[in-house]
Ligand binder design. Structure first.
Ligand code: HEC
Ligand code: HEC
Length: 223
């Protein structure tokens, strides 16, 4: 290559790279505003409550914080609001051995916190955090109908089976030994509080009978 050709390659190459950089920057800046929904007064109030109780001292949010407790970025997508509010006000009323202390959160504060967490859950994070390992593991092996329904309704958001899943409800690894009656499981799923006093588990009465029976059959096999 002659010196002249090398010089041209350098100049036009650099120019091209610079133009690509400018175009991509403009493109990204234009999309930034669309990546999060509008901040309402309640969201703002919720964020102040989040700071007041130093939630980040135990939890991560959008990847920042402490790793003592679960990440909060998508919590509201996986759990009903009524359940979360109860949990925030008094974690041990739902999970007797909860490692989260009763912080003295009022009902209004809990409500604002949920608004803030719902807002956070809608921030476009390019798919972060990744789906729980359970979902990946489960799709890679043949699952029974009941197991598939267990995944479809995200029971593992609150329950662990063999170490995988959330910790809000009891572990279900031996659910079938504890309660071998499939009928009981159907009744419990339809209306948890009718079988377990003061149950904080959300009801699954909206599932079809077929789905409920398949789930119950799966649960009694867990021994
Ligand atoms: C001292 C540490 C600690 C602090 C402070 C704390 N948490 Fe937690 N939190 C936990 C732990 C640990 C869990 C995991 C479940 C359990 O053990 O009960 C949890 C669970 C949760 C859950 C999920 C419940 C579920 O069903 O999975 C929510 C929501 C939550 N915390 C919100 C908050 C908010 C909001 C704050 C601040 C107001 C906060 N936490 C402060 C330790 C803490
Ligand atoms: C938002 C959290 C949450 C979700 C989601 C959830 N559960 Fe629960 N579950 C609980 C809590 C809290 C309890 C303890 C109270 C009770 O027994 O009703 C519980 C209890 C249970 C029990 C009794 C276990 C025992 O040891 O006594 C079974 C079985 C069960 N859940 C199955 C399911 C199935 C199946 C699904 C999905 C269709 C599901 N749960 C979804 C919170 C949840």
């Amino acid at each position: 290559m002659s010196t002249n050709a090398a010089k041209n390659l350098f100049i036009y190459g650099s120019l091209l790279c610079f133009i690509v950089l400018v175009v991509l920057t403009i493109d990204t800046m234009g999309k930034l505003d669309q990546r999060a929904p509008e901040i309402t007064e309640k969201v703002d109030a919720g964020k102040k409550v989040w700071h007041k109780y130093d939630c980040i001292g135990c939890h991560t949010i959008l990847g920042n914080g402490s790793y003592f407790a679960p990440d909060m970025t998508k919590t509201t997508e996986r759990k009903p609001k009524t359940y979360l509010i109860k949990f925030l006000i008094d974690p041990r009323s739902i999970k007797p051995d909860s490692a989260m202390p009763k912080l003295g959160i009022t009902e209004k504060e809990a409500d604002d916190l949920i608004e803030f967490l719902v807002w956070i859950s809608k921030v476009d994070t390019n798919g972060w955090p990744p789906k729980p390992i359970l979902a990946v593991a489960a799709t890679s092996r043949a699952a029974s109908p009941g197991q598939m329904i267990f995944q479809k309704y995200d029971c593992s958001a609150c329950h662990q089976i063999q170490g995988l899943g959330g910790a809000a409800g009891p572990e279900l690894t031996h659910a079938g030994s504890k309660q071998p009656d499939a009928e009981w499981h159907v009744r419990h799923l339809k209306d948890p509080a009718s079988t377990v006093k003061n149950s904080a588990m959300p009801d699954f009465a909206h599932l079809s009978n077929e789905e409920l029976n398949a789930l119950a059959e799966y649960l009694v096999t867990l021994k």
